[in-house]
Design a protein around this ligand. Structure first.
Ligand SMILES: [Zn+2]
Length: 83
C-alpha cells in the first residue's frame, strides 16, 4: 500500500517533517543525525499495523535502544557475558 506516512521529529531541535515514503524519511533521519549528531525520532503512521511494527523492529538508527523501544534491552551497552 502507498498509504504509509512517516513522521520524523528531532529530540534535540525543532526539526520535524512528514514523508510519504519510508526511504525518504530514513534518508532525512540519517542525514540529520550524521550532520548534527542529534537523536531523531521517527514514527510510521500506516493503516497496516504490521508495517509499523516491522519498521520499529528494524530500527532506523542502528542502535539497540532504537531497534525496539518496547524491549527491556534499553541499555545501549550490552552486558558482558564473559564473566
Ligand atoms: Zn536536530
Amino acid at each position: 500500500m502507498d498509504e504509509t506516512r512517516v513522521a520524523v521529529r528531532c529530540d534535540d531541535c525543532p526539526f520535524a517533517a512528514t514523508y510519504d515514503r519510508l526511504r525518504d524519511a530514513r534518508t532525512a533521519v540519517d542525514d540529520h543525525e550524521s550532520s548534527t549528531g542529534h537523536s531523531v525520532d521517527w514514527e510510521i503512521e500506516s493503516l497496516d499495523a504490521g508495517v509499523s511494527r516491522a519498521g520499529a523492529d528494524a530500527g532506523v538508527c542502528g542502535r539497540p535502544e532504537c531497534a525496539n523501544e518496547d524491549s527491556p534491552l534499553v541499555d545501549p551497552e550490552p552486558p558482558d557475558q564473559e564473566s
